[in-house]
Design a binder for this molecule. Structure first.
Ligand code: 8X3
Length: 250
């Protein structure tokens, strides 16, 4: 039977690239996001892979539960969950931080991941099978100046990954995290609220990872045999040695 992968935040970046990679590996997909048009384009791109689109905000627990409860029968047995939705909002000293940005990061990156996971776990625990990949970040293990709440949200994702792995062991559910460094996606545009030149400057002078580079590794992680769990991956571009140590030729 075709396995189903459920990918949050699939309308762009790492989520979208992962959806394409997993379709190539023979998975059928549930793709979620807030931008239906973008998800419909993705469906065209991966045709003839069967895809079910869900548009809901992971921060809305009731909407998340309703979306998962309403999955068509063919898509209900989710084998792989990619918790990708999330992002950074602002990059400012804590004293200048906008509490609305803090809410967006803590509600989206942390509680959103919990909402989606909670909705899918009854099926996985009943089946005694599942594989969950959380997209965390180098920011989950390294705090950098002005990263404060974003780093805290990713530290929470990394802690939750370890906690989930312990708690779900009894149900044969593999839980893992991938922690990318600099990946050129819409990440910085969102962080800098649409300031495209500031966003572009983050990736100037070196070759950052692409969303496809990250998706390649996720594809490898989820296609290992059932007795193998690649529990943690720290993925940097070759020019990066730590969160804020990047060799740039400017
Ligand atoms: C994205 C990488 O270094 O901007 O999580 O935190 S970083």
């Amino acid at each position: 039977m075709t396995k189903t992968a459920f990918i949050t935040g699939a309308s762009s970046g790492i989520g979208r690239a992962t959806a394409i990679a997993l379709a190539q590996s023979g998975f059928q997909l549930v793709v979620t996001g807030r931008r239906r048009e973008r998800l419909e384009e993705l469906v065209q791109q991966v045709a003839p892979t069967p895809v079910h689109i869900l548009t809901f905000d992971v921060r809305d627990r009731a909407a998340t539960e309703a979306a998962v409860a309403g999955l068509p029968a063919d898509f209900q047995d989710v084998a792989v969950l990619i918790n990708n939705a999330g992002g950074a909002h602002g990059l400012a000293p804590i004293q200048d931080g906008d509490p609305n940005d803090w809410d967006a990061m803590l509600d989206g990156n942390v509680k959103g991941l919990l909402n989606v996971t909670k909705a899918l776990l009854p099926g996985m625990t009943q089946r005694n099978r599942g594989h969950i990949i959380n997209i965390s970040s180098v920011a989950g293990s390294e705090v950098y100046a002005n990263g404060n709440v974003y780093c805290a949200s990713k530290a929470a994702v990394s802690a939750l990954t370890k906690g989930m792995r312990l708690d779900l062991l009894a149900h044969n559910i593999r839980v893992a995290e991938i922690n990318p460094g600099a990946v050129e996606t819409e990440f910085s545009e969102v962080r800098f609220k649409g300031d495209t030149s500031r966003a572009a400057s983050v990736y100037k002078g070196f070759e950052p990872l692409t969303a496809e580079d990250v998706a390649d590794v996720i594809q490898f992680m989820v296609t290992r045999p059932p007795h193998v769990n690649i529990a943690e991956v720290l993925l940097f571009p070759a020019a990066q040695a730590a969160a804020t140590t990047i060799k740039k030729d400017l």
